[in-house]
Design a protein around this ligand. Structure first.
Ligand SMILES: Cc1cc2nc3c(=O)[nH]c(=O)nc-3n(C[C@H](O)[C@H](O)[C@H](O)COP(=O)(O)OP(=O)(O)OC[C@H]3O[C@@H](n4cnc5c(N)ncnc54)[C@H](O)[C@@H]3O)c2cc1C
Length: 402
């Protein structure tokens, strides 16, 4: 067990400052433009690839960093720059996490570099679970994968996939044995250009508008057996255990969620921090009734609470990220706690920031209203706030609360 310290390792501080510079100099200046255009910010991704920020190597190094805090620190800085652009860079990470979490070492070696590409030949990945009738209730997937000779054939409809339809590599979760519900599901890599995979509708959204969210349609989409993540043998073993009513890897999947939730939470933190900093500066400048508005307790106390809530959320995020690296058991669903708290704090802080700016908080010339719109998704995706509460309640009670 490592000695307790809240001091970030030098290596993490160095990368944090580097990513902050990128967020400040490259992301922020175009954040408003891409929010308005609702387009994937390809030039920013290209720039990130050129400096090695968007690459399999960087993501791999950040995941392996020994304190466990690198990934959450990097995400907070990127999303401080802009959440829609941040997600355009990190959306690929969702697919990569699915490959790394479920794939064999060979599959990881083959597919992870394909998810990023190289400068001048950028690639994206998408992770497709959600369906029209199955969001929170992921046990209810209708997309089916059927074995046909040496291939698997997938049919179904995925919705709300980040990078869905524009990605090069799609990771699709499908049911291979519907009777077994979530225990009868498997993940498949759909290689670039596979016939039968088509882009559906691109969603128009409330926030994170630079990030592409779209439908993915699977119509007799045929992939070779090597595309089944984890391989046939492991799947058969898992299905066999489930059919006999024995324990399967569902527990392991829950631990994976607990380990990735602080990363999503740190994105919400970045948005909240951006809004808090902006509101603080504004309150020190803006005058009303012959004095700076921060000289009113109601404004200053709000800012004090905003800072305190952000720091409290960050402590939960860092704890969960540290636990993920150091074999924590997540007995109280600490990963879910971090996501729940950070998401709720981001919505609350950005709303407070609008109030502090008054009318200027509400108009699009200032970034605060965008941050508020962007923050809301953090109470919805990667498990809604209600689902996080459900997971925490079950973990602390040992009772299957519904
Ligand atoms: C911008 C965006 C990006 C996304 N990116 C991805 C992606 O990359 N890949 C992907 O697979 N999905 C993605 N999603 C989907 C997202 O994860 C789902 O929208 C989310 O999980 C909620 O599912 P749902 O929309 O079907 O809502 P529902 O599950 O229908 O929930 C509706 C409401 O009911 C509540 N509820 C449901 N069950 C319970 C319960 N048991 N107890 C209490 N309350 C409950 C929910 O909390 C919610 O408030 C994305 C969504 C958006 C909007």
């Amino acid at each position: 067990m490592a000695e307790f310290s809240l001091q970030l390792p030098d290596e993490v501080v160095e990368v944090r400052d580097w990513v902050h510079g990128f967020a400040e100099e490259v992301i922020r200046p175009v954040a408003h433009e891409y929010d308005e255009k609702e387009e994937t910010p390809w030039p920013v991704i290209e720039e990130a690839a050129k400096i090695g920020l968007y690459s399999a190597d960087s993501f791999g190094t950040w995941f392996l960093e020994p304190s466990g805090l690198m990934m959450v620190v990097v995400n907070e800085e990127l999303f401080w720059g802009d959440a829609g652009i941040g997600l355009s860079l990190m959306g690929t990470g969702l697919g990569v996490a699915a490959i790394a979490g479920n794939g064999t070492p060979e599959q990881v070696m083959t597919w992870v570099p394909e998810c990023f590409g190289t400068p001048g030949d950028l690639k994206l990945a998408a992770f497709c679970v959600t369906e029209p009738g199955a969001g929170s209730d992921v046990s209810n997937l209708r997309t089916k994968a059927v074995k046909d000779g040496d291939d698997w054939v997938l049919n179904g409809q995925k919705v709300f996939a980040t990078n869905g339809g524009i990605a090069d590599v799609h990771i699709v979760v499908a049911s291979v044995d519907p009777e077994l519900k979530s225990r009868g599901q498997a993940s498949f890599v759909i290689p670039p250009g596979t016939p039968g995979l088509a882009a559906g509708k691109k969603e128009k959204k409330h926030g994170i508008r630079a990030s592409h969210t779209g439908e993915v349609l699977l119509d007799d989409c045929r992939v070779p057996s090597e595309c089944l993540l984890g391989g046939e043998e492991k799947l058969e073993e898992r299905l066999g255990r489930a059919r006999e009513g024995k324990k399967t890897g569902v527990q392991a999947a829950m631990s994976t969620f607990e380990a990735t939730r602080p990363i999503v939470a740190s994105q919400a933190l970045g948005i909240a921090r951006a809004a808090y900093e902006f509101a603080l500066d504004y309150a020190k400048e803006r005058e009303a009734f012959g004095k700076k508005i921060i000289e009113n307790q109601s404004i200053a106390f709000n800012l004090a609470d905003m800072k305190m809530e952000i720091d409290a959320a960050r402590l939960l995020v860092w704890r969960a990220a540290w636990m993920a690296k150091h074999g924590g058991k997540f007995e109280a669903a600490e990963g879910s706690m971090s996501k729940l708290k950070a998401g709720e704090v981001a919505v609350w802080v950005t709303e407070r920031a609008i109030q502090i700016l008054g009318g200027y908080g509400y108009i699009r010339d200032f970034p605060v209203e965008r941050w508020h719109r962007d923050s809301k998704i953090y109470t919805i995706f990667e498990g809604t706030s209600e689902i996080q509460r459900l997971v925490i309640a079950r973990a602390i009670s040992g009772i299957h609360i519904t």
